[in-house]
Design a protein around this ligand. Structure first.
Ligand SMILES: *Cc1c(COP(=O)(O)O)cnc(C)c1O
Length: 421
């Protein structure tokens, strides 16, 4: 029996996070046995060049020695205490040092927890229940964020999953990415206490925000007394060392982190200005807690990651050059084969769309040819290239990927492109 079928007997759908099941691209997911640098190996001994990298965290690739050693050293002292440890201070300092506009941080265990808790704080501080989110942005799976648009733009959301009461989403207004007019309408419709956005959207493949749009969003929040949350769970330490802050220079009131910040271990965090964060328990009345939050093993991995990133600030240029080489190659090969493609690169993140127009928002993204993506995915996987099993995900370059890896990927794409027509 294949492992996925065996897994399905015990684990819902055989997976512990739905995208891993390959539903949108077809085929069976390989079960991974081990990773090594830029590669992963499945249980049947097949080797793949890994463009997913655990969905972002592994910017130095698999089994990075520095991170591995920090984890082992932490484990040998005990895996969890539920009490304060020094490594939490060290990681907090490393993160906050990067952002002059963020004073205090709290660590949690996932990106979902980070955004959920940040929104609670924002609501508590502003005293207003309504929030604005953007179509196509993903902020984890908490109730008030699992919304899809009602009829027309700028409406209150309806639950996008059974099990989420409509009452829980009636405070979530949905706006259009890169469309400031839709945000203004939302502000008119609701009593908005906070706006949450991925400043570099990585969950509708990769769609960066326009700078002017983010600037206007900042101004609108100021005018309306709303707290601006940048969800940088993916883009933080990935798009550049300081995420969107290096690229746009815009200061959010709160920022959420995840993925890279844990070096591959489960870590999330939310940070903000002092006057906001001080409202959080135990300093203030807004409650949030976690048995394993600030776990010493996870914190050690994050600390090793952050230190290594800070001591090699030039990696982002190199990562971006490689991502561009890959995307430019895809464009050229697609053109030769009469395939419409659009690409985006931000630092170590890349995204491409089988689409005749360059997407600026979720509506545009939805016009992409997902069947063609599914074919692309399975053909590349057969040849040893592990791309995301969904057209709506971002791809990642890691530092140990070589020029020759990119070239091999382009050779494979050249081979399969005629069949994608
Ligand atoms: C991955 C992601 C999350 C959710 O993080 P989890 O660790 O999967 O809960 C939230 N926001 C963004 C932008 C993400 O990419």
């Amino acid at each position: 029996m294949s492992l996925i079928n065996e897994a399905k007997k015990y684990i819902v759908g055989g997976v512990n996070s739905p995208v891993r099941a390959f539903k949108s691209v077809g085929g069976e997911p390989p079960f991974i046995e081990k990773g090594e640098g830029a590669y992963i190996y499945d249980t049947e001994g097949n080797k793949y060049l890994d463009y997913i990298q655990s969905w972002g965290p592994l910017i130095f690739g698999h089994c990075d020695k520095t991170i591995e050693e920090s984890i082992c050293a932490a484990v040998s002292k005990g895996v969890s205490f539920g009490a304060p440890t020094k490594v939490e201070i060290e990681l907090a300092k490393e993160v906050l040092d990067l952002f002059p506009h963020l004073d205090l941080i709290r660590f949690v265990n996932s990106g979902t927890e980070a955004t959920m808790s940040a929104i609670r704080v924002a609501r508590g501080v502003s005293g207003k229940d309504d929030i604005i989110k953007f179509e196509g942005c993903y902020h984890g799976h908490s109730d008030s964020l699992l919304v899809s648009a009602g009829s027309g733009a700028a409406t209150f959301g309806t639950p996008s999953s059974p099990g989420v009461p409509a009452d829980f989403t009636k405070h979530t207004l949905l706006a259009k990415y890169n469309d400031i007019e839709s945000v203004k309408e939302c502000f008119k419709k609701g009593n908005v206490g906070c706006v949450i956005i991925e400043p570099i959207a990585g969950n509708m493949s990769l769609v960066p925000a326009e700078k002017e749009f983010l600037q206007q969003l900042r101004e609108l929040c100021n005018e309306n007394g709303a707290i601006l949350i940048f969800d940088e769970v993916m883009s933080g330490f990935r798009a550049s060392l300081r995420g969107s802050y290096d690229i746009y220079g815009i200061e959010a009131d709160m920022v959420t982190f995840g993925k890279v910040i844990g070096g591959g271990m489960p870590v999330g965090a939310f940070a903000g200005k002092r006057e906001i964060m001080q409202q959080l328990s135990p300093e203030g009345p807004i409650y949030q807690a976690g048995t394993l939050s600030g776990n010493p093993v996870a914190m050690s991995a994050g600390l090793a990651m952050l230190k290594k990133l800070k001591s090699s600030p030039d990696i982002y240029k190199d990562l971006e050059a490689k991502a561009k080489k890959l995307m430019q190659g895809f464009e050229e090969i697609s053109k030769e084969n009469g395939i419409d493609i659009q690409t985006n690169v931000v630092g170590s993140m890349f995204g491409f769309f089988f689409n005749s127009i360059k997407p600026k928002n979720f509506d545009d993204v939805n016009k992409s040819d997902t069947k063609r993506y599914a074919k692309f995915h399975s053909e590349m996987l057969k040849r040893g290239f592990y791309f995301a099993p969904s057209a709506y995900e971002t791809g990642f370059i890691c530092t140990v990927m070589q020029e020759s890896d990119i070239e091999a990927t382009l050779e494979a794409y050249k081979e399969i492109a005629p069949g994608l027509k």
